[in-house]
Design a protein around this ligand. Structure first.
Ligand SMILES: C[S@@+](CC[C@H](N)C(=O)[O-])C[C@H]1O[C@@H](n2cnc3c(N)ncnc32)[C@H](O)[C@@H]1O
Length: 445
């Protein structure tokens, strides 16, 4: 029997909430589920995505409400019950758009979903959550309510923004705004002007980017024409602050380049295009599924022939490629992603100090490996999509103290010099309308 439309939407939302716990980015989880339930392109598409984003954006708050009203910790229950309780709590307690009948419908199908899974034990909790209204009490509740981020992340951001002399309130408000859709035009396939003209004729509101000569900014939804240009490799979705990383490294054709943390491949494909396919690029990625995704992008953009993909730990790259073998190195390691909160709502809640300590060690080790790869006279760009000084200025400061043969190449354009380590640079969402990025360019003496 075919599921009724509303029922299908509720089940799809529950599954996206479940999958979004481990499939990153969340957009990918949403895409998969919308396809499975055949919701993509229907009248429920935007509504369902809005609710899923709403749940992720408010996750820490939702969990707090569940704990205080129902006395249950969401990390102690199974994923079906957790997803259903999160959806019901969001709809009943937080969704400003949910009227009485929507709430009623959602609760009905959420209960049916649990019953189908044989999870009758959770039904009582749903009733408790729907019958009680939650009120913030503690200071931590207030941080969560005001900023929709975890108190731990708030404290980490405050520490960094105080040191950087930046406005935390302005940054946090920018994370709720609709972000701009930015694409890189593949100059191997078309000129930026030709693409701008083509899209204007197709009825899009479109303009050149603000910082990168390869960028265009598009308003409106991602429909047929844009998808066609992406599928044919003419456009690649990429933030301008990510394009700028390649432009700062400024590699020349006919050289050797290593990209140590390469998937999903936005910067690798630009490196290949930037050097007109005339350089050899060695791209490392530790996860094979992510490396596959990168390969698809490189094939689509016609850049694969300039790239050798190495699936493995880039900390071992000097053993693979040889010490002092590269003219240019890009180190774009995993990070807190705090510069990309607007795009990845789960970043609001997943910050844990212990995890960041581990990530910083990995960042330092990858930077060390990159340095060993670099020829004397070569250049290395260290960059992270983080607004935390511990992952930016402090990693580079420590590195400079240890390596007498490293010199900073001064960066001050097109974004903002860091007052904490002058010569290095930061892009901010609230100042530049981009993802937040940190950049340090090092030259080997
Ligand atoms: C910030 S992302 C890189 C984004 C990429 N540079 C781009 O522009 O599309 C970091 C990547 O490094 C990968 N990674 C993590 N640890 C690694 C390691 N030890 N060696 C190689 N890659 C690693 C992650 O799986 C992830 O794909």
């Amino acid at each position: 029997m075919a599921l009724k439309e509303y029922e299908r939407m509720v089940y799809a939302i529950i599954e996206a909430i479940k999958q979004g716990e481990h499939v990153k980015p969340i957009q990918e989880a949403i895409r998969r589920v919308m396809n499975k339930y055949k919701i993509q392109g229907t009248r429920f598409d935007r509504r369902a995505s809005g609710i899923i984003y709403g749940v992720f954006r408010n996750q820490g708050l939702i969990d707090r409400i569940i704990e205080s009203i129902a006395g249950v910790r969401t990390d102690e229950i199974d994923s079906d019950a957790r997803a259903v309780l999160r959806l019901v709590t969001y709809t009943v307690q937080l969704d400003p758009r949910a009227g009485h009948s929507i709430k009623h419908t959602f609760i009905r199908y959420a209960k049916k979903y649990l019953a189908r899974k044989g999870r009758d034990d959770t039904l009582k909790l749903i009733d408790t959550i729907t019958r009680n209204k939650w009120k913030p009490i503690s200071e931590e509740d207030k941080i969560i309510i005001n900023y929709r981020i975890s108190p731990q992340l708030y404290r980490a951001l405050k520490h960094s923004f105080d040191l950087l002399g930046e406005n935390l309130e302005a940054f946090l408000s920018s994370t709720y705004k609709q972000y701009t859709k930015t694409f890189r035009v593949n100059s191997l396939k078309a000129s930026r002007n030709a693409v701008l003209e083509y899209l204007r004729r197709a009825g899009y509101e479109v303009r050149p980017g603000n910082y990168s000569p390869s960028a265009i900014i598009v308003s409106g939804s991602l429909d047929k024409e844009l998808v066609k240009l992406i599928e044919t490799g003419i456009l690649t979705p990429q933030d301008e602050s990510s394009m700028v990383a390649v432009e700062l490294l400024d590699p020349k054709p006919g050289t050797s380049i290593a990209d140590l943390c390469a998937a999903p491949g936005g910067k690798t494909s630009y490196l290949a295009e930037y050097t007109r396919l005339k350089s050899r690029i060695h791209s490392f990625e530790i996860y094979s599924d992510r490396a596959k995704r990168m390969r698809r992008l490189l094939e689509r953009t016609g850049t694969i022939k300039a790239v050798t993909i190495h699936v493995g730990d880039a900390r071992r790259s000097p053993e693979v490629l040889g010490e002092k073998s590269m003219d240019y190195v890009l180190v774009d390691p995993p990070c807190s992603s705090t510069g990309a909160i607007a795009r990845n709502p789960d970043v609001r809640w997943r910050y844990r100090e212990e995890d960041i300590k581990q990530i910083i060690i990995l960042q330092q080790e990858l930077l060390e490996a990159g340095w060993r790869l670099l020829k004397p006279g070569g250049r290395l760009l260290y960059t992270v999509c983080s607004v935390l000084v511990d992952e930016g200025e402090y990693v580079v400061k420590q590195f400079l103290e240890k390596h007498g043969d490293a010199a900073l190449v001064k960066l001050e354009k097109p974004f903002k010099q860091s007052p904490l380590l002058p010569g290095t640079m930061r892009a901010y969402p609230h100042l530049h309308g981009t993802i937040g990025f940190y950049y340090a360019l090092l030259e080997k003496k």
